[in-house]
Design a binder for this molecule. Sequence first.
Ligand SMILES: CC(C)[C@H](C(=O)O)[C@@H](O)C(=O)O
Ligand code: SF4
Length: 467
Amino acid sequence: MTGKTLYDKIWDAHVAHEAEDGTCLLYIDRHLVHEVTSPQAFEGLRMAGRKVRAPEKTIAVPDHNVPTTLDREEGIKNEESRIQVEALDTNAKEFGINYYPVDDIRQGIVHIVGPEQGWTLPGMTVVCGDSHTATHGAFGALAHGIGTSEVEHVLATQTLIQKKSKNMKVEITGKLSPGVTAKDITLAVIGKTGTAGGTGYVIEYCGEAIRDLSMEGRMTVCNMAIEGGARAGLIAPDETTFEYVKGRPHAPKGAQWEAALNWWKTLYTDEDAVFDKVVTLKGEDIAPVVTWGTSPEDVLPITGVVPSPEDFTGGKVDAARRSLEYMGLKPGTPLSEVAIDAVFIGSCTNGRIEDLRAAAEIVKGKKIAEGVRGMVVPGSGLVRAQAEEEGLAEIFEAAGFEWRLAGCSMCLAMNPDQLAPGERCASTSNRNFEGRQGFKGRTHLMSPAMAAAAAINGKLTDVREVM
Ligand SMILES: CC(C)[C@H](C(=O)O)[C@@H](O)C(=O)O
Ligand code: SF4
Protein backbone atom coordinates (compact mmCIF):
# COMPACT_ATOMS: atom_id res chain seq x y z
CA MET A 1 0.00 0.00 0.00
CA THR A 2 1.30 3.42 -0.86
CA GLY A 3 1.42 6.17 1.71
CA LYS A 4 -1.09 8.93 2.20
CA THR A 5 -0.88 12.60 1.39
CA LEU A 6 -1.78 15.18 4.01
CA TYR A 7 -5.07 15.70 2.17
CA ASP A 8 -5.80 11.94 2.24
CA LYS A 9 -5.20 11.87 5.99
CA ILE A 10 -7.50 14.77 6.81
CA TRP A 11 -10.13 13.50 4.40
CA ASP A 12 -10.11 9.97 5.86
CA ALA A 13 -10.38 11.34 9.40
CA HIS A 14 -13.60 13.17 8.49
CA VAL A 15 -15.57 10.76 6.32
CA ALA A 16 -18.78 9.91 8.20
CA HIS A 17 -20.27 7.92 5.33
CA GLU A 18 -19.20 6.89 1.84
CA ALA A 19 -21.73 6.07 -0.90
CA GLU A 20 -21.03 3.51 -3.62
CA ASP A 21 -20.15 6.16 -6.19
CA GLY A 22 -17.52 7.60 -3.85
CA THR A 23 -19.59 10.57 -2.71
CA CYS A 24 -18.90 11.18 0.96
CA LEU A 25 -20.51 12.80 3.91
CA LEU A 26 -17.76 14.80 5.60
CA TYR A 27 -17.85 15.97 9.19
CA ILE A 28 -17.19 19.71 9.44
CA ASP A 29 -15.18 21.03 12.38
CA ARG A 30 -15.57 24.76 11.79
CA HIS A 31 -18.17 26.72 9.92
CA LEU A 32 -17.35 30.36 9.28
CA VAL A 33 -20.14 32.67 8.22
CA HIS A 34 -20.29 36.18 6.77
CA GLU A 35 -23.20 38.41 5.85
CA VAL A 36 -23.22 37.94 2.07
CA THR A 37 -23.83 34.22 1.63
CA SER A 38 -25.70 33.35 4.83
CA PRO A 39 -29.06 35.19 4.95
CA GLN A 40 -30.92 32.69 2.76
CA ALA A 41 -29.35 29.76 4.57
CA PHE A 42 -30.59 30.95 7.96
CA GLU A 43 -33.96 31.75 6.42
CA GLY A 44 -34.11 28.17 5.16
CA LEU A 45 -33.50 26.85 8.66
CA ARG A 46 -36.12 29.14 10.09
CA MET A 47 -38.74 28.08 7.55
CA ALA A 48 -38.03 24.42 8.26
CA GLY A 49 -38.07 25.00 12.02
CA ARG A 50 -34.50 23.72 12.31
CA LYS A 51 -31.69 24.78 14.62
CA VAL A 52 -27.96 25.20 14.05
CA ARG A 53 -26.58 21.74 14.79
CA ALA A 54 -23.31 22.87 16.36
CA PRO A 55 -23.54 26.58 17.28
CA GLU A 56 -20.28 26.30 19.24
CA LYS A 57 -18.47 25.41 15.99
CA THR A 58 -20.10 28.17 13.96
CA ILE A 59 -18.52 31.61 13.83
CA ALA A 60 -20.05 34.70 12.24
CA VAL A 61 -18.59 38.09 11.39
CA PRO A 62 -19.67 40.87 9.02
CA ASP A 63 -16.89 41.96 6.66
CA HIS A 64 -17.81 42.52 2.99
CA ASN A 65 -20.37 45.31 3.27
CA VAL A 66 -19.19 47.20 6.30
CA PRO A 67 -17.69 50.64 5.68
CA THR A 68 -14.14 51.02 6.96
CA THR A 69 -14.65 54.65 7.96
CA LEU A 70 -16.01 55.65 11.36
CA ASP A 71 -19.58 55.86 10.03
CA ARG A 72 -19.92 52.09 10.12
CA GLU A 73 -23.73 52.10 10.18
CA GLU A 74 -24.68 55.24 8.27
CA GLY A 75 -22.06 54.64 5.60
CA ILE A 76 -23.35 51.30 4.32
CA LYS A 77 -23.35 51.40 0.51
CA ASN A 78 -26.94 50.45 -0.30
CA GLU A 79 -30.10 48.89 1.02
CA GLU A 80 -29.08 45.36 0.01
CA SER A 81 -25.84 45.65 1.97
CA ARG A 82 -27.67 46.98 5.01
CA ILE A 83 -30.15 44.11 4.91
CA GLN A 84 -27.30 41.57 4.80
CA VAL A 85 -25.45 43.08 7.75
CA GLU A 86 -28.64 43.37 9.79
CA ALA A 87 -29.69 39.83 8.91
CA LEU A 88 -26.38 38.46 10.16
CA ASP A 89 -26.84 40.30 13.44
CA THR A 90 -30.35 38.93 13.90
CA ASN A 91 -29.42 35.40 12.81
CA ALA A 92 -26.26 35.17 14.92
CA LYS A 93 -28.21 36.15 18.04
CA GLU A 94 -31.28 34.05 17.29
CA PHE A 95 -29.33 30.88 16.48
CA GLY A 96 -26.81 31.37 19.28
CA ILE A 97 -23.62 31.09 17.25
CA ASN A 98 -20.27 32.75 17.99
CA TYR A 99 -20.43 36.30 16.73
CA TYR A 100 -18.11 39.29 16.36
CA PRO A 101 -20.32 42.29 15.56
CA VAL A 102 -19.05 45.38 13.90
CA ASP A 103 -18.29 47.22 17.17
CA ASP A 104 -16.26 44.31 18.61
CA ILE A 105 -12.49 44.79 18.38
CA ARG A 106 -12.23 41.17 17.16
CA GLN A 107 -14.35 41.94 14.07
CA GLY A 108 -12.61 41.73 10.72
CA ILE A 109 -12.37 39.71 7.54
CA VAL A 110 -13.63 36.23 8.33
CA HIS A 111 -10.44 34.56 7.05
CA ILE A 112 -8.30 36.71 9.29
CA VAL A 113 -10.53 36.42 12.35
CA GLY A 114 -10.77 32.59 12.27
CA PRO A 115 -7.02 31.94 12.63
CA GLU A 116 -6.50 34.92 14.91
CA GLN A 117 -9.04 33.62 17.43
CA GLY A 118 -7.70 30.06 17.25
CA TRP A 119 -10.82 28.66 15.61
CA THR A 120 -8.75 27.34 12.72
CA LEU A 121 -6.56 24.42 13.81
CA PRO A 122 -4.47 21.77 12.05
CA GLY A 123 -6.26 18.69 10.77
CA MET A 124 -9.68 20.31 10.78
CA THR A 125 -12.27 20.64 8.07
CA VAL A 126 -13.17 24.31 7.73
CA VAL A 127 -15.86 25.66 5.41
CA CYS A 128 -17.39 29.05 4.71
CA GLY A 129 -19.66 30.43 2.03
CA ASP A 130 -16.66 32.19 0.57
CA SER A 131 -14.11 31.10 -1.99
CA HIS A 132 -11.10 32.38 -0.05
CA THR A 133 -11.69 29.90 2.75
CA ALA A 134 -8.64 28.25 1.20
CA THR A 135 -6.65 30.66 3.42
CA HIS A 136 -7.12 28.37 6.43
CA GLY A 137 -5.28 25.58 4.63
CA ALA A 138 -2.10 27.28 5.83
CA PHE A 139 -2.67 25.47 9.14
CA GLY A 140 -2.88 22.05 7.54
CA ALA A 141 -6.67 22.22 7.67
CA LEU A 142 -8.86 21.11 4.75
CA ALA A 143 -10.59 24.41 4.07
CA HIS A 144 -12.70 25.51 1.15
CA GLY A 145 -15.62 27.61 0.04
CA ILE A 146 -19.19 26.33 -0.23
CA GLY A 147 -22.39 27.66 -1.80
CA THR A 148 -25.35 29.09 0.08
CA SER A 149 -27.41 25.89 -0.07
CA GLU A 150 -24.40 24.06 1.37
CA VAL A 151 -24.16 26.70 4.08
CA GLU A 152 -27.69 25.76 5.07
CA HIS A 153 -26.78 22.06 5.00
CA VAL A 154 -23.75 22.58 7.22
CA LEU A 155 -25.69 24.79 9.61
CA ALA A 156 -28.35 22.11 9.95
CA THR A 157 -26.19 18.98 10.02
CA GLN A 158 -22.53 19.97 10.60
CA THR A 159 -21.73 17.80 7.57
CA LEU A 160 -21.09 18.39 3.88
CA ILE A 161 -21.61 16.16 0.84
CA GLN A 162 -18.37 16.02 -1.08
CA LYS A 163 -16.43 14.05 -3.66
CA LYS A 164 -12.74 13.72 -3.13
CA SER A 165 -10.41 15.82 -5.27
CA LYS A 166 -7.10 14.68 -6.73
CA ASN A 167 -3.75 15.40 -5.07
CA MET A 168 -1.47 18.10 -6.47
CA LYS A 169 1.91 19.13 -5.12
CA VAL A 170 3.37 22.60 -5.61
CA GLU A 171 6.94 22.65 -4.45
CA ILE A 172 8.95 25.85 -4.01
CA THR A 173 12.55 24.87 -3.55
CA GLY A 174 15.41 26.91 -2.08
CA LYS A 175 15.36 30.45 -0.78
CA LEU A 176 13.55 33.60 -1.85
CA SER A 177 15.61 36.60 -2.92
CA PRO A 178 15.35 39.96 -1.11
CA GLY A 179 12.13 41.80 -1.96
CA VAL A 180 10.31 38.56 -2.87
CA THR A 181 7.43 37.54 -0.63
CA ALA A 182 4.67 34.96 -0.16
CA LYS A 183 2.46 37.01 -2.48
CA ASP A 184 5.04 36.74 -5.24
CA ILE A 185 5.15 32.97 -4.73
CA THR A 186 1.42 32.53 -5.02
CA LEU A 187 1.12 34.86 -8.02
CA ALA A 188 4.11 33.22 -9.73
CA VAL A 189 2.51 29.79 -9.26
CA ILE A 190 -0.73 30.95 -10.89
CA GLY A 191 1.28 32.65 -13.61
CA LYS A 192 2.79 29.26 -14.35
CA THR A 193 -0.19 26.92 -13.91
CA GLY A 194 -2.95 29.29 -15.09
CA THR A 195 -6.29 29.82 -13.38
CA ALA A 196 -7.41 26.32 -14.35
CA GLY A 197 -4.19 24.52 -13.44
CA GLY A 198 -5.54 23.39 -10.09
CA THR A 199 -9.05 22.44 -11.23
CA GLY A 200 -10.06 19.13 -9.67
CA TYR A 201 -7.17 19.17 -7.21
CA VAL A 202 -6.32 20.01 -3.65
CA ILE A 203 -2.86 21.57 -3.65
CA GLU A 204 -0.25 20.87 -1.01
CA TYR A 205 2.42 23.57 -1.00
CA CYS A 206 5.80 22.35 0.20
CA GLY A 207 9.52 22.89 -0.17
CA GLU A 208 12.09 24.96 1.68
CA ALA A 209 10.71 28.37 0.63
CA ILE A 210 7.27 27.42 1.99
CA ARG A 211 8.73 26.03 5.24
CA ASP A 212 10.62 29.29 5.72
CA LEU A 213 7.39 31.33 5.58
CA SER A 214 5.64 32.65 8.68
CA MET A 215 1.99 31.70 9.24
CA GLU A 216 0.99 35.04 7.74
CA GLY A 217 2.93 34.24 4.58
CA ARG A 218 1.51 30.73 4.40
CA MET A 219 -2.00 32.16 4.63
CA THR A 220 -1.21 34.47 1.72
CA VAL A 221 -0.07 31.51 -0.38
CA CYS A 222 -3.10 29.31 0.42
CA ASN A 223 -5.52 32.24 0.04
CA MET A 224 -4.93 32.28 -3.70
CA ALA A 225 -5.13 28.49 -4.26
CA ILE A 226 -8.66 29.13 -5.44
CA GLU A 227 -7.44 31.66 -8.02
CA GLY A 228 -5.37 28.82 -9.44
CA GLY A 229 -8.56 26.75 -9.75
CA ALA A 230 -7.88 24.37 -6.85
CA ARG A 231 -10.49 23.18 -4.40
CA ALA A 232 -8.17 24.01 -1.52
CA GLY A 233 -4.54 24.69 -0.63
CA LEU A 234 -2.72 23.01 2.24
CA ILE A 235 0.56 23.34 4.09
CA ALA A 236 1.62 20.66 6.55
CA PRO A 237 1.68 21.97 10.12
CA ASP A 238 5.04 22.33 11.87
CA GLU A 239 6.61 24.22 14.78
CA THR A 240 5.77 27.55 13.10
CA THR A 241 2.11 26.51 13.05
CA PHE A 242 2.03 25.21 16.61
CA GLU A 243 3.70 28.34 17.91
CA TYR A 244 1.17 30.57 16.14
CA VAL A 245 -1.80 28.57 17.43
CA LYS A 246 -0.68 28.13 21.02
CA GLY A 247 -2.49 30.32 23.53
CA ARG A 248 -5.07 31.69 21.07
CA PRO A 249 -8.52 32.09 22.67
CA HIS A 250 -10.09 28.98 21.11
CA ALA A 251 -7.01 26.76 20.81
CA PRO A 252 -6.96 23.67 23.06
CA LYS A 253 -5.32 24.06 26.46
CA GLY A 254 -3.50 21.82 28.96
CA ALA A 255 -3.88 18.06 28.40
CA GLN A 256 -6.07 18.75 25.37
CA TRP A 257 -3.27 20.76 23.83
CA GLU A 258 -0.84 17.86 24.29
CA ALA A 259 -3.28 15.39 22.76
CA ALA A 260 -3.96 17.71 19.83
CA LEU A 261 -0.25 18.25 19.28
CA ASN A 262 0.35 14.51 19.14
CA TRP A 263 -2.19 14.19 16.35
CA TRP A 264 -1.06 17.30 14.50
CA LYS A 265 2.47 15.92 14.36
CA THR A 266 1.19 13.02 12.22
CA LEU A 267 -0.23 15.44 9.65
CA TYR A 268 2.28 15.29 6.82
CA THR A 269 2.46 13.57 3.46
CA ASP A 270 4.08 10.14 3.72
CA GLU A 271 7.28 9.75 1.74
CA ASP A 272 5.84 7.09 -0.53
CA ALA A 273 2.58 8.96 -1.21
CA VAL A 274 1.85 9.65 -4.87
CA PHE A 275 0.59 12.98 -6.23
CA ASP A 276 -1.53 13.15 -9.38
CA LYS A 277 0.20 16.34 -10.50
CA VAL A 278 3.43 18.05 -9.47
CA VAL A 279 4.60 21.61 -10.17
CA THR A 280 8.00 22.83 -9.02
CA LEU A 281 9.37 26.36 -8.90
CA LYS A 282 12.78 27.46 -7.70
CA GLY A 283 12.59 30.11 -4.99
CA GLU A 284 15.59 31.85 -6.58
CA ASP A 285 13.74 32.19 -9.89
CA ILE A 286 10.80 34.08 -8.39
CA ALA A 287 10.94 37.87 -8.82
CA PRO A 288 8.71 40.59 -7.37
CA VAL A 289 5.71 40.35 -9.70
CA VAL A 290 2.64 42.34 -10.73
CA THR A 291 -0.41 41.48 -12.80
CA TRP A 292 -0.95 43.35 -16.04
CA GLY A 293 -4.39 42.02 -17.08
CA THR A 294 -7.79 41.07 -15.73
CA SER A 295 -7.01 37.50 -14.69
CA PRO A 296 -4.80 36.51 -11.76
CA GLU A 297 -2.73 34.41 -14.19
CA ASP A 298 -1.63 37.57 -16.05
CA VAL A 299 1.54 37.74 -13.98
CA LEU A 300 4.94 39.18 -14.92
CA PRO A 301 8.10 40.23 -13.10
CA ILE A 302 8.03 43.98 -12.47
CA THR A 303 11.15 44.21 -14.67
CA GLY A 304 9.06 43.09 -17.68
CA VAL A 305 7.07 44.99 -20.29
CA VAL A 306 3.34 44.99 -21.04
CA PRO A 307 2.85 41.98 -23.32
CA SER A 308 1.26 41.99 -26.74
CA PRO A 309 -1.69 39.70 -27.66
CA GLU A 310 0.64 38.08 -30.22
CA ASP A 311 2.74 36.75 -27.35
CA PHE A 312 -0.08 34.30 -26.62
CA THR A 313 -1.77 31.39 -28.36
CA GLY A 314 -5.30 30.02 -28.62
CA GLY A 315 -8.08 31.66 -26.64
CA LYS A 316 -5.57 33.67 -24.66
CA VAL A 317 -4.88 35.95 -27.68
CA ASP A 318 -8.35 37.50 -27.56
CA ALA A 319 -8.41 37.44 -23.78
CA ALA A 320 -5.13 39.38 -23.70
CA ARG A 321 -6.41 41.90 -26.27
CA ARG A 322 -9.50 42.53 -24.19
CA SER A 323 -7.50 42.69 -20.95
CA LEU A 324 -5.07 45.23 -22.37
CA GLU A 325 -7.87 47.37 -23.72
CA TYR A 326 -9.70 47.29 -20.41
CA MET A 327 -6.51 48.01 -18.51
CA GLY A 328 -5.58 50.84 -20.90
CA LEU A 329 -2.08 49.46 -21.46
CA LYS A 330 0.13 49.64 -24.55
CA PRO A 331 2.21 46.56 -25.41
CA GLY A 332 5.91 47.12 -24.92
CA THR A 333 5.52 49.70 -22.12
CA PRO A 334 7.84 48.84 -19.23
CA LEU A 335 5.64 47.79 -16.31
CA SER A 336 7.64 50.09 -14.06
CA GLU A 337 6.41 53.08 -16.08
CA VAL A 338 2.71 52.43 -15.53
CA ALA A 339 1.28 55.33 -13.48
CA ILE A 340 -1.28 54.58 -10.75
CA ASP A 341 -4.07 56.57 -9.09
CA ALA A 342 -4.73 54.52 -5.97
CA VAL A 343 -3.09 52.06 -3.61
CA PHE A 344 -4.98 49.52 -1.52
CA ILE A 345 -3.17 47.64 1.22
CA GLY A 346 -5.44 45.12 2.92
CA SER A 347 -7.75 42.11 2.21
CA CYS A 348 -7.71 38.50 3.40
CA THR A 349 -4.66 37.96 1.18
CA ASN A 350 -2.50 40.68 2.73
CA GLY A 351 -4.27 42.39 5.62
CA ARG A 352 -2.32 40.80 8.47
CA ILE A 353 0.21 42.44 10.79
CA GLU A 354 3.22 41.18 8.89
CA ASP A 355 1.83 42.66 5.66
CA LEU A 356 1.39 46.03 7.30
CA ARG A 357 4.91 45.84 8.72
CA ALA A 358 6.33 45.10 5.27
CA ALA A 359 4.48 48.03 3.72
CA ALA A 360 5.39 50.40 6.57
CA GLU A 361 9.05 49.49 6.23
CA ILE A 362 9.02 50.85 2.66
CA VAL A 363 6.85 53.87 3.46
CA LYS A 364 8.67 55.01 6.59
CA GLY A 365 9.79 58.62 6.39
CA LYS A 366 8.44 59.04 2.85
CA LYS A 367 5.33 60.55 1.30
CA ILE A 368 2.79 59.15 -1.13
CA ALA A 369 3.27 60.57 -4.63
CA GLU A 370 1.13 63.59 -5.41
CA GLY A 371 -2.30 62.77 -6.78
CA VAL A 372 -2.22 59.19 -5.51
CA ARG A 373 -4.85 58.04 -3.01
CA GLY A 374 -3.58 55.47 -0.52
CA MET A 375 -5.57 53.35 1.88
CA VAL A 376 -4.40 50.88 4.50
CA VAL A 377 -7.14 48.61 5.81
CA PRO A 378 -6.18 46.17 8.58
CA GLY A 379 -7.77 42.74 8.27
CA SER A 380 -9.20 42.83 11.79
CA GLY A 381 -9.69 45.18 14.70
CA LEU A 382 -6.90 43.35 16.53
CA VAL A 383 -4.49 43.76 13.62
CA ARG A 384 -5.39 47.45 13.63
CA ALA A 385 -4.74 47.75 17.37
CA GLN A 386 -1.41 45.98 17.09
CA ALA A 387 -0.34 48.13 14.16
CA GLU A 388 -1.17 51.22 16.20
CA GLU A 389 0.82 49.92 19.13
CA GLU A 390 3.81 49.24 16.89
CA GLY A 391 3.67 52.75 15.42
CA LEU A 392 2.76 51.54 11.93
CA ALA A 393 -0.43 53.59 11.76
CA GLU A 394 1.60 56.74 12.40
CA ILE A 395 3.99 55.86 9.60
CA PHE A 396 1.13 55.36 7.15
CA GLU A 397 -0.68 58.50 8.19
CA ALA A 398 2.45 60.63 8.08
CA ALA A 399 3.00 59.39 4.52
CA GLY A 400 -0.54 60.41 3.54
CA PHE A 401 -2.34 57.05 3.67
CA GLU A 402 -5.85 56.77 5.07
CA TRP A 403 -5.83 54.49 8.11
CA ARG A 404 -9.09 52.56 8.15
CA LEU A 405 -11.18 50.19 10.26
CA ALA A 406 -11.25 46.47 9.44
CA GLY A 407 -13.21 44.95 6.55
CA CYS A 408 -12.94 43.67 2.98
CA SER A 409 -12.89 47.29 1.83
CA MET A 410 -11.55 47.97 -1.64
CA CYS A 411 -10.86 44.31 -2.33
CA LEU A 412 -14.31 44.28 -3.88
CA ALA A 413 -16.90 46.91 -4.66
CA MET A 414 -19.53 45.91 -2.08
CA ASN A 415 -18.86 48.78 0.32
CA PRO A 416 -18.11 52.47 -0.13
CA ASP A 417 -14.35 51.91 -0.74
CA GLN A 418 -14.16 51.90 -4.51
CA LEU A 419 -12.19 53.06 -7.51
CA ALA A 420 -13.70 55.66 -9.82
CA PRO A 421 -14.10 54.63 -13.48
CA GLY A 422 -10.72 54.44 -15.20
CA GLU A 423 -8.71 54.66 -11.98
CA ARG A 424 -5.72 52.35 -11.70
CA CYS A 425 -4.91 50.69 -8.40
CA ALA A 426 -1.87 48.93 -6.99
CA SER A 427 -3.62 46.40 -4.79
CA THR A 428 -2.60 43.69 -2.35
CA SER A 429 -5.87 41.79 -2.88
CA ASN A 430 -6.37 38.60 -4.89
CA ARG A 431 -8.67 39.38 -7.84
CA ASN A 432 -8.10 41.75 -10.75
CA PHE A 433 -11.36 41.01 -12.59
CA GLU A 434 -13.04 43.81 -14.55
CA GLY A 435 -14.81 46.16 -12.17
CA ARG A 436 -13.74 44.21 -9.11
CA GLN A 437 -12.66 47.32 -7.21
CA GLY A 438 -15.27 49.62 -8.70
CA PHE A 439 -16.99 50.14 -12.05
CA LYS A 440 -14.33 50.37 -14.78
CA GLY A 441 -11.60 50.38 -12.11
CA ARG A 442 -8.26 48.80 -13.05
CA THR A 443 -6.40 46.52 -10.66
CA HIS A 444 -2.77 45.42 -10.53
CA LEU A 445 -2.16 42.71 -7.93
CA MET A 446 1.10 42.68 -5.98
CA SER A 447 2.69 42.27 -2.55
CA PRO A 448 2.30 44.82 0.27
CA ALA A 449 5.92 45.97 -0.15
CA MET A 450 5.39 46.44 -3.90
CA ALA A 451 2.13 48.34 -3.32
CA ALA A 452 3.91 50.59 -0.82
CA ALA A 453 6.69 51.24 -3.32
CA ALA A 454 4.10 52.08 -5.99
CA ALA A 455 2.45 54.55 -3.61
CA ILE A 456 5.72 56.39 -3.06
CA ASN A 457 6.65 56.58 -6.74
CA GLY A 458 3.15 57.04 -8.17
CA LYS A 459 3.76 54.17 -10.59
CA LEU A 460 4.36 50.43 -10.52
CA THR A 461 7.79 50.07 -8.97
CA ASP A 462 10.40 47.42 -8.40
CA VAL A 463 10.49 47.30 -4.61
CA ARG A 464 14.19 46.38 -4.72
CA GLU A 465 14.93 49.92 -5.92
CA VAL A 466 13.47 51.52 -2.80
CA MET A 467 14.55 48.99 -0.20
C1 LIG B 1 -18.86 37.60 -1.55
C2 LIG B 1 -18.14 36.29 -1.54
C3 LIG B 1 -19.11 35.21 -1.82
C4 LIG B 1 -16.93 36.29 -2.48
C5 LIG B 1 -16.18 34.95 -2.52
O1 LIG B 1 -16.75 33.88 -2.44
O2 LIG B 1 -15.01 34.93 -2.67
C6 LIG B 1 -15.95 37.38 -2.08
O3 LIG B 1 -15.40 37.17 -0.83
C7 LIG B 1 -14.87 37.53 -3.10
O4 LIG B 1 -13.72 37.61 -2.73
O5 LIG B 1 -15.19 37.60 -4.29
S1 SF4 C 1 -11.05 40.43 1.52
FE1 SF4 C 1 -11.68 40.22 -0.58
S2 SF4 C 1 -11.17 38.14 -1.18
FE2 SF4 C 1 -11.16 38.25 1.04
S3 SF4 C 1 -13.19 37.60 1.65
FE3 SF4 C 1 -13.20 39.84 1.51
S4 SF4 C 1 -13.88 40.25 -0.57
FE4 SF4 C 1 -13.30 38.10 -0.54
